[in-house]
Ligand binder design. Structure first.
Ligand code: P6P
Length: 338
């Protein structure tokens, strides 16, 4: 089969009227920046990029050297292109404006430059997650409030997983597609078009060490999975937990499954663990476009009205039938469903 490069795919999407020129150029620039992040990440101990940076981010988390490096790569790559009005990152408290020396565009780019970075030092897959919004008309110096658009308004979303292979998964709202990096040529090549997540699954991902802190409906739902053939589900389930959202989501994109990071008593005051704008929203867009479902346990993630750039939400995503059961249990517990 003739291989289709990312740039060829983007041109085809432009010709089909599904993507405009500026957005397709932006995605090409982001993908190229992620190739540079892959090079830095793949150096491991030989690149002097492992370990702590000695700094902290807005989340109050110690930054890894590669968190800072990846963030810089994405900011530098996107400054001059002319497609953006500003960037926002997990690693920065406020949005980063496009320098005055460069032309500005009509898009806002949000990213988690290196998600799962606690896994870097133990050589487990990590990834970059990104989301593209439209900059409100007439806004040339976007502030945080201009980013606070619900996930349904995203123009594009994607992630790159830096694993045995470097793989880009991307959606513009017309299906979810996968591109694998051909290192010899240096370009992303279409490896799966119009991905579909099976509606049923026998595999779930959650950090079970938090079990005693979960809300009752979460205890009920996971308890039924763990009961297997002895319980009401009448079948055994398998569990995975990479503790790298991009890796866990990519498994689901590849073979189905579910991923849960629910509220628990430890994080309830923060609203959850994962960030809405640059983790939950892009992943929810990608998963829904592949036929899966994504909720907070109580509502569709993409319909959450953001109130803060670094807002956190609970995340339930993956095979539709299981997400519907887990969400139903929460709504019943709330008295919102019979
Ligand atoms: P825990 C990584 O820090 C991350 O943000 C996600 O990539 C991952 O799914 C989750 O946190 C892991 O959380 O509590 O299991 O370490």
């Amino acid at each position: 089969m003739k291989s289709i490069s990312l740039i060829q795919f983007l041109i085809e999407e432009r010709r089909a009227g599904r993507v405009n020129a500026e957005l397709s150029l932006l995605i090409e620039v982001v993908a190229r920046a992620c190739k540079r992040i892959a090079v830095a990440t793949n150096k491991g101990a030989l690149g002097g990029v492992l370990g702590e940076a000695g700094t902290g981010n807005i989340q109050g988390e110690a930054q890894k050297k590669l968190d800072v490096i990846s963030n810089e790569i994405l900011l530098e790559a996107n400054a001059w292109g002319g497609q953006l009005a500003a960037c926002a990152s997990e690693e920065m408290e406020d949005p980063q404006p496009i320098p005055d020396m460069y032309p500005k565009g009509n898009h806002l780019l949000l990213f988690d430059p290196l998600d799962g970075s606690s896994n870097i030092d133990v050589n487990i897959s990590v990834g970059t997650i990104f989301s593209v919004l439209r900059c409100p008309d007439g806004i040339s110096e976007p502030k945080a409030e201009h980013f606070l658009q619900p996930g349904t308004t995203q123009l594009a979303a994607g992630y790159v997983v830096y694993g045995p292979a470097t793989v880009l998964v991307l959606t513009f709202g017309h299906g979810t597609h996968e591109f694998t990096l051909d290192r010899e040529v240096g370009s992303f090549v279409l490896s799966r078009r119009d991905i579909r997540i099976p509606e049923e699954t026998g595999e779930f991902a959650i950090n079970v060490s938090n079990q005693r802190h979960w809300e009752p409906p979460m205890q009920r739902y996971i308890g039924e999975l763990l009961a297997g053939t002895d319980g009401p589900r009448g079948k055994d389930f398998n569990m995975r937990w990479v503790a790298s959202m991009v890796a866990d989501v990519h498994r689901i994109i590849t073979r189905g499954g579910t991923f849960f990071y629910p509220l628990d008593a430890k994080i309830k005051s923060k609203g959850g663990k994962l960030r809405l704008m640059y983790e939950a929203n892009p992943m929810a867009f990608i998963v829904e476009q592949a036929g899966g479902a994504a909720t907070t346990g109580r509502q569709r993630i993409l319909e959450v009205q953001p109130t803060g750039l670094h807002q956190r939400v609970p995340v339930f995503l993956g095979s539709k039938k299981e997400i519907e059961v887990a969400t139903h249990y929460h709504l019943v517990a709330d008295g919102a469903q019979g």
